[in-house]
Design a protein around this ligand. Structure first.
Ligand SMILES: [Ca+2]
Ligand SMILES: [Ca+2]
Length: 142
């Protein structure tokens, strides 16, 4: 009896996982450890899925030299989304990078230099949220 309950629970958990995955292409980028690689100059335009949803991106500076980057987030019209950067130096030191705050429908951005061998994470989350609204995140690299 106990064994049957357990296997039922496991089966339900698997179904739940599969169901969640097919429901959203965004799954897997909700935390820093699941961050998605971001290409310079590419525009990422998904939706946040709930008021507490976060989207994480990262970029490794494997170019061999220090690179200046400029990251920007266009909020959906009438909504306020925010972007925060987390710079990790090659020695493992971490710095939090804050953007300007442009308010609902605004464009928040910041610039920083990523040392060779360093890494940056970008976190996008909503301050004012609504369903089905797309943001536009991209960064340029010099
Ligand atoms: Ca997400
Ligand atoms: Ca904002």
């Amino acid at each position: 009896m106990k064994g049957k309950l357990l296997s039922t629970l496991i089966a339900s958990a698997i179904l739940l996982a599969v169901g969640t995955q097919s429901a959203s292409a965004n799954i897997g980028d909700d935390t820093r450890s699941d961050a998605r690689w971001a290409n310079p100059d590419f525009h990422y335009t998904p939706s946040l899925l709930s008021p507490s949803d976060e989207d994480w991106y990262y970029w490794d500076n494997e170019t061999g030299s220090n690179k200046f980057i400029w990251a920007g987030l266009q909020s959906p019209a009438g909504l306020n989304y925010d972007i925060t950067g987390f710079l990790i130096t090659p020695s493992g030191q971490e710095y939090t990078l804050y953007s300007n705050e442009s308010g609902p429908g605004g464009f928040d951005s910041f610039g920083t230099t990523i040392p060779a061998g360093g890494k940056i994470y970008f976190r996008i989350k909503a301050d004012m949220f609504d369903y089905g609204q797309k943001y536009d995140f991209h960064f340029t690299r010099q």
